[in-house]
Design a protein around this ligand. Structure first.
Ligand code: GLC
Ligand code: GLC
Length: 650
């Protein structure tokens, strides 16, 4: 065991040994770009000890450790030489303002290239719309080369360097990133690094019997180890295949079992092999050099496997992500990582730190917003915001109500138990409620990955359909439509003000309903998430400024909330305090930033509610301006809240 200080010394010594070899290999590049080399060297000297530490932690028992380290350094340096000047300038700007993503101007959006606008040129033509909405961050769903037919919505990547041909080319993506930057929008794409598609060149070579590439994956000649592993593994897509392995007859002579956490055509990579880390680091820097500013690290929880464990959220997964982060700090310093860990809240936060993922989905807030709409009780949500919302001051949550995936009820059973709620029973209730099977439910959702053995499932559906708009429009009438719209605006109000980056799943801003036609498409029929992935209906968008339409009411309501956020600096950063409102239906919190304070109340019930004069006086709300909402303070100084109202004082 080497102690930290001596590890630092070893790191310096290793760099001294390696640098001349790197310089020798890259002689030509260095002589052409001396200034670039100097910049690179400065960042390398600063960040190499961290990288060395992390790489050493994972790979120190490899006889060929030093070989892979040199290989990594050369590819990092090479990527830097390929980094365009404008991105190098962006690097310098962001190093001066590393907390740019905490601004109240930030507003995220996410969409599929093909479903939203056919192809990359189409997306470019929508820039005026993105600006109208106020987006400063746009996540384009996986747009890389992917198998025809089933491909998990692009999450089965066949090449990280090619755009899926119907969508366009890598050159077009780079040019789009440039146009976005000019429009003040950061391009976000996925780094699907837990697995590749079984059509990726690495997988093809493994299939052809090339040992070097077979080592890129976790392939077993028989069931012996898979059986042992499976004793501790959760099934992720049980409707598609049981367990975590898939048999492929073309492997070895008698066939072999490949680790496939998700679908059978998504082969998990083997990060115990340093070559996999090095090649993926190259792909990562390649994407950064196209102008991608934020990488959404897909399925972070699964990247390390260890016999005898559940193979999720293992310490080595963090070490690996930190090592990728150290690589980025050296050769694409403006790059930000976003964690996609849809797991227990104790585990979600472990991915978030300046040295790992600077931003992260907030699946707990998402799930609890839906929970609160169903129960009309704010206790779980209040508790979560009070105890689990605070993260490192140099990081930020990405707060959302819907994305392309299902809703999993990932709250903590221990937290629920403190409020007298049984986690399992409650999840069952939420599933029934959102499937529309619970009496009085307003929701029209579908089950996803229902596990008939355990009775477990997750929920699919668009924001509007889950919030009651579909049922109200088709079966009820104007008053219920109004309530559904208020629900949509209420939960968006929270993500826009609570602190962090709000993320809108495009389509939700015009109240898009479920689309059941996925059932007619053989590539989608088995995956209910497609119910909330419809092709964009631009006629709906045309109604967005007409207050007599549902689309217009949702869009304009949302716009007011976006303006509220952008006009008040108090919504920057992430500092929040919960207000005990003494009313179980009303969530209350204050936001504090730059010496300013805003107070927010959200009524999750369809009935009027009140907040007592004591609370109003304690927070001096009577002296503040009402910045948003319909409600008012009575002459007796209590706050009377309209049904499902979202009120902001500042
Ligand atoms: C992520 C994606 C999801 C995909 C899975 C496998 O969780 O969000 O859509 O199915 O990873 O890549
Ligand atoms: C699982 C994974 C999560 C992924 C989801 C897709 O819940 O933990 O990462 O988004 O499946 O449905």
């Amino acid at each position: 065991m080497i102690y930290d200080h001596s590890l630092e010394r070893e790191a310096r010594k290793s760099l001294q040994r390696l640098l001349p070899r790197v310089e020798q290999t890259l002689k030509k590049e260095i002589s052409k770009d001396k200034k670039g080399w100097k910049q690179f060297n400065t960042r390398l000297q600063k960040n190499f000890p961290a990288l060395f530490n992390l790489y050493f932690e994972i790979y120190n028992d490899r006889y060929d450790f030093f070989y892979h380290l040199e290989d990594l350094l050369i590819s990092i340096a090479r990527s830097w030489f390929n980094r365009p000047i404008d991105l190098r300038e962006l690097d310098a700007t962001r190093e001066k303002n590393p907390l740019w993503f905490q601004s109240n101007q930030m507003l995220g959006g996410v969409c599929y290239v093909d479903l939203f606008a056919n192809d990359l040129e189409g997306v470019k033509s929508k820039i005026p719309y993105f600006k109208e909405l106020g987006l400063t961050y746009l996540h384009l769903m996986p747009l890389f080369k992917t198998p025809e037919g089933e491909n998990d919505g692009g999450y089965a990547v066949s090449s990280y360097r090619d755009v899926h041909p119907p969508l366009g080319t890598m050159e077009q993506l780079a040019s789009l990133a440039c146009e976005f930057r000019r429009a003040g929008i950061s391009l976000v794409v996925d780094l699907v690094f837990n697995h590749t598609s079984d059509e990726h060149l690495w997988a093809e070579r493994a299939k052809a019997g090339d040992d070097e590439y077979a080592d890129f994956y976790r392939i077993f000649p028989n069931r012996q180890l898979p059986d042992l592993y499976e004793q501790n593994l959760r099934e992720i897509f049980p409707e598609e295949h049981a367990g975590a392995f898939t048999f492929f007859s073309e492997l070895f002579n008698e066939g072999g079992w490949v680790w496939t956490t998700f679908h059978s055509y998504q082969w998990d990579l083997n990060y115990a092999n340093p070559a996999v880390f090095n090649r993926m680091a190259e792909e990562m820097l390649f994407l950064a050099n196209q102008g991608v500013e934020v990488l959404r690290l897909d399925a972070v929880a699964f990247i390390w496997k260890q016999l005898g464990t559940g193979c999720e959220n293992l310490p080595e997964a963090h070490t690996l992500i930190k090592a990728f982060n150290a690589v980025a700090r050296i050769a694409s310093p403006s790059l930000v990582f976003k964690s996609e860990a849809i797991v227990h809240p104790d585990d979600v936060v472990k991915y978030i730190s300046p040295g790992e993922c600077q931003i992260s989905y907030n699946p707990l807030l998402m799930a609890l917003l839906w929970n609160t709409l169903a129960t009309r009780k704010t206790d779980l949500l209040s508790q979560a915001l009070a105890t689990r919302f605070k993260i490192h001051p140099e990081t930020a949550w990405v707060n959302y109500v819907r994305v392309h995936d299902d809703i999993g009820w990932t709250f903590s059973d221990e937290d629920a138990a403190m409020l007298g709620i049984n986690g399992n029973d409650h999840r069952r209730f939420l599933n029934e409620f959102y499937r529309g099977r619970f009496t009085g439910s307003f929701s029209r959702g579908l089950p996803f990955q229902e596990n008939l053995a355990t009775g477990d499932c997750r929920i699919s559906g668009t924001c509007a359909s889950l919030a009651g708009l579909e049922k109200a429009l088709h079966e009820e009438g104007a008053p219920e439509v109004e309530l559904a719209i208020r629900r949509i605006l209420l939960i968006h109000g929270i993500i826009l003000t609570v602190g962090g980056i709000p993320l809108i799943y495009l389509g939700d801003e015009v109240g898009t309903l479920n689309d059941y036609t996925y059932r007619d498409d053989p590539a989608h029929e088995r995956d209910s998430r497609w119910v909330h992935r419809p092709r964009t209906d631009w006629e709906k968008y045309e109604k967005r400024n007409d207050a007599n339409t549902v689309e217009g009411r949702v869009f304009q309501g949302l716009n007011m909330l976006i303006d509220l956020r952008k006009q008040h600096e108090v919504f920057a950063g992430g500092e929040l305090e919960i207000i005990p409102t003494e009313n179980e239906h009303v969530l209350g919190f204050t936001r504090i930033h730059a010496g300013k304070r805003a107070v927010i109340f959200a009524n999750f019930s369809e009935q009027p509610q009140m907040v007592s004069s004591r609370v109003i006086e304690q927070y001096a709300i009577q002296d503040k301006h009402i910045l948003h909402g319909q409600s008012s303070i009575s002459p007796q100084r209590y706050l009377s809240l309209e049904p499902l109202d979202f009120v902001v004082f500042g």
